[in-house]
Write a protein that binds this ligand. Structure first.
Ligand SMILES: [Zn+2]
Length: 447
């Protein structure tokens, strides 16, 4: 099993992921994607979009604004309940999320329950706690011309939040879509975008960060059919994770979330858990949200959210099945499944066995020798040709050929193409396979 530290270090060494604001000493809970990271991330997102939106007749894409009318978060319950239990050490003033430093308690822990766990402060080791306070995780900001010295009343008027989930951007557009596209039910609205959570203690690399990218679908169904549609989404997501993302089936575990742990609006939730290097963690969630969100919007906006069935003419407010994936969580699942260490002829190597559809580069092209102009010129020809055909092709003429292979193994390039002296006479090249290291001779036109 890959160690998280090794993956973090590979990510930095090869330009997948850097700590956010690295040059200024970092900024907790933020990460920046480098050239290879953004390539992998984009491929993951594009495959999702293709699988769930482009290849299906019942899905439509949307892209809503990050800043939304604050009424959104009143109606959705986020202003009141999107909070974690915060506890402060009276000794050293460090603040923690109570349910993350004590065993056997959950997010709704009371002060009494927390004190009964006799947890010691992870920073100073003392056991001297203040009361549990609810800490709202939404990032607050001000919209419009609000000055730092404006009085409280004025300042309050401009308050807005960075969206804590992308879902509400979909729910608030439901009526627009129904009135313009006239979709047949069941239908899904899909969105990819940033969401922000002011985590008390971000940790575990990109698993728990303050800014993340979500891929969410709200699948609107006739309430009488929610169970079969829940099953449909469940099956589709296994297919996507296993066949398109290449995650090993054995590492994905379904967790039926018990009623007391479910979000208040959900009648059924399955968490898809994944065996990450640091243990089992949530990869994605699949929730039956009933008509909770649409009814809240109907009440708060005074606008009807009813849907009229075109064949039966029956009207009802649809219920919703919501599959929600954090891109960074999926990124780390893909990366940690691909991370492999092996030995070739007594030499250790690190290799990313990424599926071809996700590897940042499909091919690496190089001339056997850098100082032979005819080889370099021919290799450039092959490079241009492959780039036109595949797009994601890289060039490498640094160091010796062995070093180039090691580097390409580490960034997951499936095949290295080498132009040598034989190429000049028979138009064949050496193609070296990442996983087996086997080399074969292939006609340039067959690549
Ligand atoms: Zn302390």
């Amino acid at each position: 099993m890959a160690k998280l530290d090794n993956i973090v270090s590979l990510c930095k060494r090869r330009g997948f992921i850097f700590p956010g604001s690295d040059v200024y000493g970092g900024f907790a809970g933020t990460w920046d994607f480098g050239p290879l990271g953004v390539s992998l991330k984009k491929k993951i997102m594009d495959e999702w979009w293709k699988f769930f939106v482009e290849d299906r007749e019942d899905m439509y894409g949307i892209d809503a604004a990050i800043l939304m009318n604050p009424k959104t978060w009143e109606a959705s319950g986020h202003t009141a309940t999107f909070a974690d239990p915060l506890v402060e050490c009276k000794e050293c003033k460090s603040r923690f999320r109570a349910d993350k430093i004590a065993d056997g308690i959950n997010e709704s822990v009371t002060t009494e329950e927390f004190l009964a766990t006799h947890t010691k402060c992870p920073v100073c080791g003392k056991e001297s706690w203040g009361p549990i306070r609810k800490f709202n995780m939404m990032f607050m900001t001000h919209v419009g011309a609000v000055l730092p010295d404006d009085d409280q009343e004025v300042a309050k008027k401009g308050v807005a939040y960075l969206r804590p989930e992308t879902a509400q951007g979909i729910f608030t557009n439901y009526k627009n879509i129904v009135d313009t596209i006239y979709p047949n039910i069941p239908f899904g609205l899909a969105q990819q975008g940033k969401a922000f959570r002011n985590e008390i203690s971000p940790r575990d690399f990109i698993l728990r960060d303050r800014e993340c990218t979500q891929m969410e679908i709200e699948y609107f169904v006739d309430p009488a059919t929610w169970e079969e549609n829940f099953e449909l989404m469940r099956t589709l997501h296994h297919e996507f994770l296993e066949d398109v993302m290449g995650l090993p089936k054995s590492k994905i575990h379904e967790l039926e979330v018990p009623a007391e742990d479910r979000a208040h609006y959900s009648k059924r939730t399955i968490d898809f858990m994944f065996d990450y290097p640091n243990g089992e963690e949530e990869l994605m969630g699949l929730a039956y949200r009933t008509d909770f969100d649409l009814m809240n919007i109907e009440k708060a906006s005074g606008k009807s959210m009813a849907y009229r069935d075109k064949t039966t003419n029956e009207t009802f407010v649809p219920h919703v099945i919501e599959p929600s994936i954090g891109v960074e969580r999926l990124f780390l699942a893909v990366l940690s499944s691909a991370y492999t260490e092996d030995e070739i002829d007594g030499e250790k190597r690190t290799i990313l066995k990424l599926p071809e559809n996700l590897a940042p580069f499909r091919f690496c092209v190089s001339p056997l020798l850098k100082n032979k102009p005819e080889l370099v010129e021919k290799a450039h020809e092959v490079y241009d040709k492959l780039r036109k055909k595949y797009g994601n092709v890289t060039w490498d003429d640094s160091g010796n050929i062995g070093k180039r292979y090691r580097k390409q193994d580490e960034i997951g390039t499936p095949s290295c193409v080498v132009v040598d002296f034989d190429t000049m006479s028979d138009d064949t090249v050496t193609v070296r396979d990442r996983d087996t290291t086997k080399q074969t001779r292939v006609k340039i036109n067959d690549l």
